[in-house]
Write a protein that binds this ligand. Sequence first.
Ligand SMILES: Cc1cc2nc3c(=O)[nH]c(=O)nc-3n(C[C@H](O)[C@H](O)[C@H](O)COP(=O)(O)OP(=O)(O)OC[C@H]3O[C@@H](n4cnc5c(N)ncnc54)[C@H](O)[C@@H]3O)c2cc1C
Length: 598
Amino acid sequence: MPVYNPPLRDMQFVMHEVLNVCDDFRAMPAHAEVDADTINAVLEEGGKFAAQVVFPLNIGGDTEGCQLDQATHEVKTPTGFKQAYKQYVEAGWAALSCDPAFGGQGLPLVVNQCMYEMLNSANQAWTMYPGLTHGAYAALHTHGTDEQKATYLHKMSSGEWTGSMCLTEPHCGTDLGLMRTKAEPQPDGTYRITGNKIFISAGEHDMAENIIHLVLARLPDAPPGIKGVSLFIVPKFHVKADGSLGERNGIYCAGLEHKMGIHGNATAQLVLEGAVGTLVGQPNKGMQGMFVMMNAARLGVGNQSLGLTEVAYQNALAYAKDRIQMRSLSGAKDKSQPADPIIVHPDVRKMLLTAKAYAEGGRALAVFCSVLLEKVHHHPDEKVRKDSDDMLSLLTPIVKAFLTDNAWTATTMCQQVFGGHGYIKEWGMEQFVRDARINMIYEGTNTIQSLDLLGRKVLGNNGATLKKFGRLVAALVEEEGVNEKMAEFINPLAVLGEQINKFTTEIGFKGLQNPDEVGAAAVDYLRVAGHLVLGYFWARMAQTAQRAIASGNTDPFYPAKLQTARFYFAKLFPETATLMRTARAGAKVLMDTDLALA
Ligand SMILES: Cc1cc2nc3c(=O)[nH]c(=O)nc-3n(C[C@H](O)[C@H](O)[C@H](O)COP(=O)(O)OP(=O)(O)OC[C@H]3O[C@@H](n4cnc5c(N)ncnc54)[C@H](O)[C@@H]3O)c2cc1C
């Protein structure tokens, strides 16, 4: 059976020693009083909930899956899911970072971020039920009317009602402009919505009293394409004026998908038959509201993969220390045993360190992004809010695609550490791999994230935001450039910081001649940018560890951190050279291949 220990020490290191998040909070009146002890105490309790309540349901949920009653259209979640969710709501975990005006506890988003990393490690399928609610809550908080907020937000922040996100239709996933679901205006100001949605995560279940679906649909006079899509709230049960639940709305689950992983999460085919909805935001401007939810979900998907990377690593490490097989190439390490533990073998160590480096680096990036989001909402200085928004918009596709690609590598490597046992269900490793796979696909495939990064967020503004990140890198290089002990981290980072500007300009020029050049380079480009970002955080973590050691701190945590940084820069970061080379190979070899693909 797999194990999971919440990585509280590493979270504290990232939040309080590397990023000093409480210094940022002091500048924001909403969080000026929040201190490290409060954050740590909440996360300690949160870690217990994740490890003791949610984690034990992970394998059972995968085996049992969800069941649809075709007669009632109700979905039963796996044994224990509903009870754990009740505990989650009663303990107030749903409301952690929600607005106090709607019953939330008003803690900084970083607390929710770390809580969700732990829940995702414990059980990604379970965590998607409350997880999607946060995105729906954020969209309504930003774009809902006062009446909509009063009707829905208290119950969503308490977790009594969950949310879902209804975009995809059988014929359209990436290209939402092809959407067919229709919304007919009614005399009372509501809309009757008719159509078919597929692949809707947590689209039907028995864990909450009501489900608040955020649905994209087209008005009768809507212009074609994505500019004719509007956003609607469609509750599973109507909500009466006094807030109590009324009749069932005309939206129901017609089928559940049978899929590779996340079996405990209901992936619903939803039919809307004149379902009553209310418009969110302006007609035909539905993507504005939905983007709030989608951006939250993109960061959330990166966080799912971060959680899986961590839990897979922990289990592979424990196994590698225990499993004995063959002798070390450099001579027996444990003569009391007939063979050495497999952790002595260089390639096993490489697999473990890859997962560790991606988990710890990804954690720093995810925490940094949650502080940016906090600044976007709560910083008193408009310029800081705008700069943070720009930076977050640049980093969101990197969190989504880079962390999920890394998790696929990491969970697969951790499975490999188990040899044949990794392929056997009872060890839990093959489930981590299967669960990790969807994160590269949904919420905009990683290819689409790469196009968003390179096409819209980098070339779309002539690299201005990338240069802002470049300035963070340059400042660190300047600060540590003469420190010999930091050279192994700072030098490669400085080189990539220089190279990426030229690399970007080159692709930009080629793209002007032929837009396929951008499409051909985008996926490689995102990984290069991902390493620039991760490299920056790894260099900062190395800097903090060096300083702690220099000050006489003997906690073995710091030399371990330095060694992982060393591994990251020596073994993972150099893939940027290959990636730039393959990106430069251009579009021609892809687009002139009609014969090869015939
Ligand atoms: C388990 C699961 C849960 C999901 N949950 C939800 C949910 O809660 N709500 C929801 O609305 N949807 C959900 N989805 C849908 C998911 O977001 C889509 O499957 C995804 O966005 C891709 O759309 P598609 O499947 O239609 O693939 P397509 O859009 O048909 O894409 C097929 C392939 O073509 C590539 N491609 C498409 N266009 C381009 C382009 N311009 N350039 C380069 N490559 C391109 C894609 O990257 C992909 O590799 C879920 C899907 C699954 C499997």
